[in-house]
Design a protein around this ligand. Sequence first.
Ligand code: 6MZ
Length: 372
Amino acid sequence: MEGGGDMGLMEWCRELPKIELHAHLNGSVRDSTLLELAKDLGEKGVIAFEDVVHVIMKNGRSLPECFKLFDLYHLLTTDHQTVTRITKEVIEDFAAENVVYLELRTTPKKNEAKGMTKCSYMKAVIDGIRAVDTVDVDFDTSGTSNVNCSEATPLNCIGSPIKRKKIYVRLLLSIDRRETTAAALETVNLAMDLKNFGVVGIDLSGNPVIGEWQTFLPALKHAKELGLPITLHCGEVPNHKEIQAMLDICPQRIGHACFLVEEEWKRVKFLKIPVEICLTSNIRTERFSSIYDHFFADLYKAKHQVALCTDDSGLFSTTLSNEFYLAASTFGLNKDEMFLLARSAIQSTFADDEVKHELTKIFDDAANRLII
Ligand code: 6MZ
């Protein structure tokens, strides 16, 4: 007998505690915020508002269109204050969906015109985490050092005496495939400097048809030497030479994995590499002609470690609750199976054992309500 009382499936998916491991900051911005920012820049004469409104509101997104959109988003969001604002809002939005652990990834950006360095960009992100006020944030409990590029103080945002909703937030720093080896190395070193500020790993992302693997390899090897976990956007396009090279470095996780062939899947399974699965993103960007062709069911049946993720909740108008609903309604998972799927993502986080233990307790508590 299934738990969750009379709750409808979507409501149940919302109630379910969830772990988000693949969310890009700039891809998760609210449409309303983007429109407001576009209006503001339109009034300042930086962009033509009428030209961008329909682009922001459009639903269908091919993969090349997504990367054009990111250029627009970055134009709208690139100043410290806005980076702080979107970080705050994105965390609040995930928390509202009962995401209890969020590994948020973002590409540290340099922008001389705005006086922005990769480090000051990250300080703005950290300020955004500190600014969250609708939920308690466990960001980092170890920090005793400062972000070097600023006077920022270390964070532990849990401050409210009232028991409120709580979200664990950790950060991944992304290397964009447009970047040089030197820029990628700078990101890895910055991640190391910000370990006391909740940074737990490195991601490689960006337009998959741009950039050469050899450009990023030195930075990724450096991350490995420093003990920083790595997740790679792997096989978002059918580039088998690159997929194999990526698997050669044994990343701690991979994302997308849409075009892996049997031999490559065998290696992923043998190496037990958890896979971040972004169903809506993969369908919207036409990585699969039908959701029923998605590899989710194969991996799930094989009991391979997977985590459902949103990728870009703003860009694709989705939520993590919706991704669970989609998986349940498409692949026929019942509530017990969904609960175990959500909970199993704990193992794939880059968080320390203490956090994993706390997350396990959160799921144990929720089990009584949701599945017993
Ligand atoms: C590859 C993606 C992506 O870092 O500016 N990004 N990279 N594939 C995807 N699938 C659709 N979605 C997002 O967030 C936006 C950046 O994340 C990466 C791209 O590099 C994009 O510019 P941040 O916060």
